[in-house]
Design a binder for this molecule. Structure first.
Ligand SMILES: [Zn+2]
Length: 263
């Protein structure tokens, strides 16, 4: 059911524009053609956290369903929006030399989180548009929904269908995580850097175990799942990537919170 648009009050619109430095939170290009987008697509929900500044170009992507590469799900826009607000906050708070480093750290943490989300988008692309959504409030986040309702049942066909997710998909995530580990050695908090190193090792294991699944099918018994060896690969990757994404988002928020507290 479509909900009625409720005009955004001027002072709120000004606050939203200021928090984003009048810049699109997705592409971050300065464009005179920006507008305020309702992240949950409910035009009556004018909560500050539900409003994002987006340029017309990105805005059309936000309303396009099915295009894989540029598919901007509400979850992704929320991530872009909160991270961009954090970075703007860092830019607006002069702190001498330390500021550039914090900004870089916030960027690197956003990258890590996006890399994890990209794997999920690849899964959604392979699964097609019929994935169940769950009831409102039933799951903590999309990762949780994914682990509980989206893991497919094993068949030879399904196995081959999802193979690119575990071969090319995980390889891409590992290359990107590696890049962050190499490029930002003094910028990333050390504990997060170790998390990425650990995640890469775990993902490499999952990638190779997936390839052995056809040989191992039927060797493990489990009351709950018919092919636990297949099911478990999804569970493990989801757990690793969700932890990276949540950790990255949490650390980024605490960087900005520290700035706000000091200033
Ligand atoms: Zn844009």
């Amino acid at each position: 059911m479509a909900k009625d648009r409720v005009a955004i009050p001027d002072d709120l619109a000004a606050k939203v524009m200021f928090a984003s430095d009048r810049t699109c939170c997705v592409c971050r290009l300065h464009s005179p053609k920006v507008q305020i987008h309702h992240i949950d697509e409910d035009p009556s929900n004018n909560a500050f956290e539900n409003l994002a500044v987006i340029c017309l170009h990105c805005h059309s992507d936000a309303h396009t369903k099915g295009a894989f590469v540029r598919n901007l799900t509400p979850e992704l826009i929320r991530l872009y929006n909160s991270s961009w607000r954090d970075i703007v906050q860092l830019k607006l708070t002069p702190r001498g030399d330390g500021n550039g480093k914090l900004e870089l750290a916030a960027e690197a943490l956003l990258e890590a989180s996006l890399d994890a989300h990209r794997w999920k988008l690849f899964f959604m692309f392979l699964a097609g548009p019929t994935l169940p959504k769950g009831k409102p409030g039933e799951f903590v986040d999309v990762w949780d929904l994914m682990a509980n309702l989206w893991i497919p049942k094993y068949s030879e066909e399904v196995y081959s269908h999802y193979k690119p997710l575990f071969v090319e998909g995980l390889l891409e995530v590992r290359v990107r995580f590696d890049r962050l580990i190499q490029l930002f050695p003094d910028v990333l908090p050390p504990e997060f850097r170790s998390r990425l190193v650990r995640a890469n090792r775990q993902l490499e294991v999952e990638q190779s175990v997936y390839l052995t699944v056809p040989r191992l099918i039927g060797t493990v018994n489990c009351a709950e799942h018919d092919e636990p060896i297949f099911y478990q690969r999804f569970v493990e990757v989801i757990r690793v990537l969700r932890d990276v994404a949540n950790d990255a988002d949490g650390i980024r928020k605490s960087l900005t919170a520290a700035i706000k507290f000091e200033s």
